[in-house]
Design a protein around this ligand. Structure first.
Ligand SMILES: Nc1ncnc2c1ncn2[C@@H]1O[C@H](COP(=O)(O)OP(=O)(O)O)[C@@H](O)[C@H]1O
Ligand SMILES: [Mg+2]
Length: 411
């Protein structure tokens, strides 16, 4: 990470004038994973892979490397790494519950009950064994409720079976999931955070629904293939078809719902999902160490119930980048290319963009207005500026974007 004095990089929040910047001859990267991200990094023009102890400008590291090394690794101004130091505040199921509860109380004090109720999207959860007695009390009060026990650890989607589990949470089981063709599904949505203070977050237009292989019923409560829709579980089912992969693109899902329930109901649902992304990030804003070298691509797991209410199940700091089919590979490639476009090691952006490829800026120290300058009208009290599930014409957008940036550079 030796400093090259001839190169001017933009600071974390302020931007130098474009023409003052010189492009770097090459960007040295390291990558801890051997899946789609490595392909994307290797194919990126001007980027060169560094092995083992070599110096690097960019590291797509794993969360374990970060925990062991972050505090004693010196990083130059321009260096970027793919996680925040204490991402687990958001991604561990027991931590996110505490952070959301605290944030809810703060909102109630500062903005009133209605605003606080916008945090009620995480199913009631108890940490085990520390909250065992509270759980038993709740269990006795409401004996008819079904609970799901889940490991609370920080595990990477791509290595979920490899890391031993120490603690669990007991979570209220959503018994009335929305079903399509009789099957349960959950949504995977991608959110990129570039900074926590101020909060700057981007939402990707693509995502997918992951279906269970087997028809939903509450009678076979022990059957994983009915109740757990994550790919890690479904791909072990005897009749799993890797080409189909039990997935729907989110665009297809949005169209399906619109045909069935009308545009307004779907707008409200998507506005409520937007609210989940923002509120969950705000709930950890003050506890996450917001270091200018860090960015993070989160995978949100959302379950929708039969009243079209979205529930947050978990946030992954290392969403699976292993592709389960060709379509999945293409989605992940687009997502990662656009992530790198926003991280902008090349220094091509002005910092004022509201859209980069398939990403739309959803929060920039406050709500983001649409390109026409207007904020959307609230839907059921929720303001949505989401383009989730919209057409992802990223290639055209990127072409226009970089053309206009070049024009600015010349003038
Ligand atoms: N509270 C819940 N209600 C209904 N289904 C759930 C609930 N929690 C988890 N599930 C199901 O289990 C799957 C895995 O749960 P998740 O919280 O994402 O944990 P992980 O992916 O770490 O195993 C989800 O994709 C969902 O299908
Ligand atoms: Mg999950």
């Amino acid at each position: 990470m030796a400093k090259n004095k001839n190169i001017n990089y933009k600071g974390p929040y302020g931007y130098q004038k474009l023409k003052e910047r010189e492009p770097r001859a090459c960007i040295r990267f390291k990558c801890a994973l051997t899946n789609t991200i490595l392909d994307v990094l290797r194919q990126r023009p001007g980027w060169v892979e560094v092995k083992e102890e070599g110096e690097w400008d960019f590291y797509w590291c794993d969360v374990r490397w970060l925990q062991e090394n972050f505090d004693h690794t010196y990083m130059d101004e321009h260096v970027r790494i793919s996680h925040f130091r204490n991402h687990y505040e958001l991604t561990r199921k027991n931590y996110i519950v505490k952070n959301l509860k605290r944030f809810r109380k703060q909102l109630e004090r500062e903005a009133g009950k209605l605003e606080a109720m916008k945090c009620d999207f995480f199913p009631k959860t108890f940490e085990m064994p520390s909250e065992y007695h509270l759980f038993v009390e709740e269990f006795r009060k409401n004996p008819g409720i079904t609970w799901i026990m889940k490991p609370d650890g920080v595990r990477c989607d791509d290595q979920k079976d490899e890391i031993p589990v120490e603690n669990y949470v007991a979570q209220r089981y959503i018994e009335n999931p929305y079903l399509i063709g009789g099957r349960k599904f959950d949504l995977r949505v991608y959110v990129l955070v570039m900074s926590y203070i101020p909060l700057k977050a981007w939402l990707y237009r693509d995502g997918f629904a992951r279906f269970s292989n087997t028809r939903f019923t509450l009678n076979s409560i022990d059957d994983h293939y009915v109740h757990l829709t994550n790919v890690a579980v479904q791909k072990t089912a005897p009749d799993y078809d890797p080409e189909k992969g039990c997935k729907w693109m989110i665009q297809q899902f949005r169209l399906f719902l619109t045909a069935k329930h009308g545009a307004e109901a779907v707008e409200i649902l998507f506005a409520e999902m937007d609210n989940i992304f923002i509120k969950s990030l705000q709930s950890v804003q003050k506890v996450i160490i917001s270091d200018k070298h860090c960015f993070e691509l989160y995978g949100y797991d959302i379950l929708i119930d039969q009243d079209l209410k979205p529930w947050l199940l978990e946030v992954n700091a290392s969403p699976s980048l292993t592709a389960s089919s060709q379509e999945d590979y293409e989605l992940k490639t687009r997502l990662l290319e656009d992530t790198l476009n926003i991280v902008d090691m090349e220094g091509r952006l002005t910092g004022k963009e509201k859209r980069v490829g398939g990403f739309d800026l959803i929060w920039n120290d406050g709500p983001v207005s649409r390109a026409d300058g207007n904020l959307d009208t609230p839907m059921n009290g929720f303001v949505a500026n989401t383009h989730l599930g919209y057409n992802n014409d990223r290639k055209k957008q990127l072409k226009q974007l970089f053309k206009s940036v070049q024009t600015q550079q010349k003038n």
